[in-house]
Design a protein around this ligand. Sequence first.
Ligand SMILES: Cc1cc2nc3c(=O)[nH]c(=O)nc-3n(C[C@H](O)[C@H](O)[C@H](O)COP(=O)(O)OP(=O)(O)OC[C@H]3O[C@@H](n4cnc5c(N)ncnc54)[C@H](O)[C@@H]3O)c2cc1C
Length: 335
Amino acid sequence: MIDVYDVTIIGGGPAGLYTAFYSGMRALKTKLIEAKNDLGGVVTQFYPEKTLYDVGGIVKITGEELVDQLVQQAETFQPNIVKNQVIDHLERQEDGIFKLTSTNGDVHFTRKIILAVGCGTFEVNKLQLDGAEHFEGSGLFYAVRHVQQFAGKEVVISGGGDGALDWAAELAPICRQVTVVYRGEQFTHALEHQVERLKKHAVDVKLDSEIVALSGSDQLESVTVRDAVTEKEEHILTDALIVNHGFQYGLGGLEHWGLSLENNGIVVDQRMEASIKGIFAIGNAASYPQKFYLIAAGFVEGPTAVNSIKQDLDPEAPSQAMVSTHHERWHEQLD
Ligand SMILES: Cc1cc2nc3c(=O)[nH]c(=O)nc-3n(C[C@H](O)[C@H](O)[C@H](O)COP(=O)(O)OP(=O)(O)OC[C@H]3O[C@@H](n4cnc5c(N)ncnc54)[C@H](O)[C@@H]3O)c2cc1C
């Protein structure tokens, strides 16, 4: 006996999480599937400690706190939340039910699909040096999740983009020393104020340079930096190397489902329905005129998709959920 869900949300970022909650408000049997082990999408992966000031009704909140609240809210009506599964393959059965298959072979059956996949799955570009993986987690990092873990340390940052310079400026006041190594002759993507902040905090900047070797036993102890102009090599003792060389992203298997795509997104109509009936897209994954890429956008697009689905499954249903203060299901939760 297969277990068929009314709605399967693919992607557990802010848009997917809020939509899982709202889907519960509409009494839809809901599953949410996330590729990573952690929920929260790019907020969790890239800026858990950043303070957000532009989420309606919340004066300020860190990324991590917002994700905690979203996860708690998403769990209100006990949706089935599946992690560590990348959905890849789609098939529509003769009875109209969608069969989704993940890259690990698990299958999921659902009447409707909401794609909340952002820009798809993303993987950081790793350091292309023999043996680098040996130091992952013991001196080599690809993200700064918790700034304080680097307090008092000597840190080398490899990269010259926005992210690398933001980390350098943020870490400099709390680290013993911060060195930025960048292979370009100048920071072409940096904003003026970012470069000024580096100067203010005496960050050591090595341009035209790249890291060519790592050494240490179990823990990273030093990096070798090569100057491309002078061809000289220098050993820098370090507690941590933080690499910010960008990331790869893409919709993966979803690109072959036959959906209409534009601007790296999935074209939707005003119901948030994509070009294949029964499939909806929300949040950063959705593309339509005047689309804006903020967390707040997903908080509107998700309920729009869910309300459209509710009416497709039950044409007699009201066009939207009762507001929470008058909502029966909500009061069952509180009682
Ligand atoms: C550095 C940075 C700072 C930002 N600051 C702000 C800010 O201050 N305020 C603001 O409002 N917005 C900000 N944004 C934008 C905001 O983060 C995004 O608009 C928001 O995260 C979009 O949410 P989402 O759920 O649509 O997508 P995402 O957050 O991208 O989440 C998508 C999720 O889908 C999963 N997924 C993808 N493909 C699959 C698959 N095939 N199977 C299963 N799971 C899959 C991914 O793993 C991911 O967890 C910022 C973005 C960045 C990068």
